[in-house]
Design a protein around this ligand. Structure first.
Ligand SMILES: [Zn+2]
Length: 477
């Protein structure tokens, strides 16, 4: 007896896409069976998903919730972004069932302490399953390195590292390459992976000076500050450092430029374990969008770039250098998102958790002819593999968590903020999506069906992760 049988004719499994019945018992998938193997009477509930697309629940490997937005003026008010309750509810509506956020280490704390503090933001307050990357910053005292090792062993294997302070007002984030070298030694030995925000700090800060001197401080010039040469220099340098530390595995966050894609590909060609993430805003917007009304809504750091960069990000998906599409979610109001107007005070991040899967289906499958398997890899399975959650997450397979998303081609939709569940704006306003989720299941529980929400804020569970050895040793996906 199953709790649920979901009958579909386009079910994306690791063995291929086809007509299968997904049989759920409790939290997990008990069987992927040939159609009709089990009768309706053998399940507590039967859902007919024929004519629709059935994929494992979406995974967004890069979000920020309950996150500080720096004050615009010195001494001004710091804003907090929306919490996991808001972000994860939107995620469920959009077909995403797993989120990876961050726990930020601070100089006077241990890593264990900051994880425990972060848990207070999340425990019992999230509709999706979730995990944390550990974010390091600044100078790393030697006594913190064993804590990094412990964190990796304890299920937090991905360590976020900034090579830049990003803006002149955010000093303290950048980690120098000497410290990164020491961190990489720990990552390589203990089974971790570096999650890197790579920009060349000297070039970026130089460009802030140049544009300030020239009086061109409007945010529409952000691509000149956070430019593609900076991505080239910083990617090449940190990748080379990782290569020197016996091929430390790297996950390059929010790749934005052709130069970044090329750097990843060069390292992969040599057999190093390196994976690229891009954001759906980088795939769809260029720096020309900054000139639109409320142009800040399209921005996240580093910056939007040229059409040629966008082309490289798409091609990178086909060549394997771009493995995941994340959001870098920052859920805040339009007024907060547009409060800064300058190159040095514009708010990064986007509200994009909800439309991500449907927008990417439209762009990948409908417009570019990707297979459903390739699309599923990019919005779910690859993130699970790289971040150490596979096959518990990211797979419709016996034994996997019963996280299931059904995309309905009968629900074509014009994206509008009013129908989303995040913010009062969306960068995708007016976008014509070719599908929309009609069903989201989290570990066997129907969380959303036909727009009705059935989730409980206590449904989400914290995930401990362990990155597979193959992922850490060579570029396997
Ligand atoms: Zn981020």
């Amino acid at each position: 007896m199953f709790d649920l049988i979901l009958r579909g004719d386009q079910v994306v499994t690791p063995q291929g896409t086809g007509a299968w019945d997904v049989c759920v018992k409790g939290d997990t998938i008990a069987a992927i069976a040939a159609p009709g193997t089990f009768a309706d009477e053998q399940a507590g509930r039967v859902i007919d998903a024929r004519g629709k697309i059935v994929i494992p629940g979406g995974i967004d490997p890069h979000i920020h919730s309950s996150w500080y937005i720096p004050a615009i003026e010195e001494g001004g008010e710091v804003t907090m972004t929306d919490g996991p309750d808001i972000v994860s509810r939107a995620a469920i509506h959009g077909g995403t069932t797993t989120l990876l956020d961050f726990a930020t280490w601070q100089q006077d704390r241990t890593i264990e302490e900051v994880i425990n503090v972060r848990k207070q933001d999340w425990t019992g307050k999230c509709y999706t399953d979730y995990g944390y990357h550990i974010m390091l910053q600044g100078a790393i005292p030697p006594e913190v390195l064993p804590q990094v090792a412990e964190a990796i062993q304890d299920g937090y294997p991905s360590i976020k590292i900034f090579t830049t302070d990003i803006t002149p007002s955010r000093k303290g984030r950048k980690i120098t390459h000497g410290h990164i070298w020491e961190i990489f030694k720990v990552l390589k030995k203990e089974g971790g992976i570096g999650a890197i925000h790579a920009e060349d700090d000297e070039i970026v800060m130089h460009m802030y000076d140049v544009l300030q001197r020239e009086g061109r401080t409007g945010f529409e010039n952000l691509a000149e500050v956070h430019n593609s040469m900076s991505e080239d220099l910083s990617f090449r340098r940190i990748i080379l450092l990782a290569e020197h530390v016996d091929g430390t595995p790297l996950y390059m966050m929010h790749v934005s430029a052709a130069s970044g894609v090329a750097a990843i590909e060069a390292a992969r060609a040599k057999g190093f374990p390196i994976y690229g993430e891009t954001l759906h805003q980088y795939l769809m917007f260029t720096h020309e969008h900054y000139k639109r009304p409320n142009g800040q809504i399209y921005h996240t750091y580093p910056s939007l770039k040229e059409t040629s960069d966008q082309d490289a990000l798409w091609e990178g998906q086909l060549r394997g250098s771009i493995s995941t599409v994340a959001t870098d979610e920052i859920c805040c109001t339009l007024s907060t998102k547009t409060q800064g107007h300058r190159i040095d005070d514009t708010t990064g991040g986007n509200a994009g958790c909800e439309p991500r899967v449907s927008v990417m289906y439209t762009e990948m499958v409908k417009k570019r002819g990707y297979s459903l398997a390739k699309f599923t890899d990019l919005v779910s399975a690859n993130a699970a593999k790289i971040m150490g959650m596979y096959p518990k997450k990211g797979a419709l397979a016996a034994g996997s968590d019963a996280d299931i998303t059904v995309l309905d081609p009968g629900q074509k939709r014009t994206v509008t903020a009013a129908r989303l569940h995040e913010s009062d704006y969306t960068p995708w306003e007016g976008y014509e999506a070719e599908v929309w989720p009609s069903l989201t299941v989290l570990r066997g529980k129907v969380m959303m069906q036909d727009g009705e929400f059935y989730g409980d804020v206590k449904d989400g569970q914290m995930l401990k992760r362990k990155v597979d050895e193959a992922i850490r040793n060579r570029p396997v996906i």
